[in-house]
Write a protein that binds this ligand. Structure first.
Ligand code: PRP
Ligand code: URA
Length: 209
């Protein structure tokens, strides 16, 4: 069964308050989403395996630790996932970045795929899927299914705000995928927006609508 981790680091929670506020404009919103994404990248990589190494400092040779294990990849769900990429690649510059274009049909609420470009070696990488919002879970579930079809086996999902419905959907469709979120909000409204949420993440990032 998938586990849900709430990232309760004080800096993440503080910045999320400003991200939620409707009086935060697009410039500040973008900066804050990138900063929170970087903090989440730090938290979600806590369990990466390390191997012993040796380096020579200007003073002496010493044993140190370096990352071992699988290489990393980050997959942004377009559009809003774009806002989180820089935060991740600043901390993990060697990560390959994939993009999955999905939008939610406003009538059916079903995700519609319009773009997919992934690193060719997804099967060998630990892949982290990023999107600010996990609402019904349709988009995240479709992106994870797509990645699995391309061979990915080692997957994590990182979102800023999740709704119980989205968590339940990912748990049902992808019980092998752990979910990392800064907040678990109480519910969806009649338009499947997260309440209280932050509104439309893509529109707030890019100043559309
Ligand atoms: C938003 C968000 C997620 C999706 C979440 O994208 O970024 O991808 O909705 O909703 P779900 O869990 O119900 O699928 P949207 O479809 O608005 O597209 P955009 O990022 O291009 O604005
Ligand atoms: N997509 C968003 O951008 N916000 C929501 O609250 C739900 C889906």
């Amino acid at each position: 069964m998938a586990k849900v981790f709430i990232m309760d680091h004080p800096l993440i929670q503080h910045k999320l308050s400003f991200i939620r506020s409707k009086s935060t404009g697009a410039k500040e919103f973008r900066e804050l989403v990138e900063e929170v994404a970087m903090l989440m990248a730090y938290e979600v990589t806590r369990d990466l395996p390390l191997a012993e190494a040796e380096v020579e400092t200007p003073v002496a040779v010493t044993k140190t630790k370096v990352l071992a294990g699988k290489k990393l990849g980050v997959v942004a769900i377009l559009r809003a996932g774009l806002g989180m990429i820089n935060g991740f690649v600043k901390l993990i510059p060697a990560a390959k970045v994939g993009h999955v274009g999905l939008y939610r049909d406003p009538e059916t609420l079903e995700p519609v795929e319009y773009y997919c470009k992934l690193p060719q070696d997804v099967a060998e990488r630990e892949m982290i899927v990023i999107d600010p919002m996990l609402a019904t879970g349709g988009s995240a579930s479709a992106a994870l299914t797509l990645l699995k079809k391309k061979g990915a086996r080692n997957l994590k999902l990182v979102v800023l705000i999740a709704a119980p419905e989205g968590v339940a959907r990912v748990e049902k469709d992808h019980p092998d995928v752990n979910i990392f979120t800064a907040a678990l909000d109480p519910r969806l409204n009649e338009h499947a927006y997260i309440v209280p949420g932050l509104g439309d993440a893509g529109d707030r990032l890019f100043g559309t609508k």
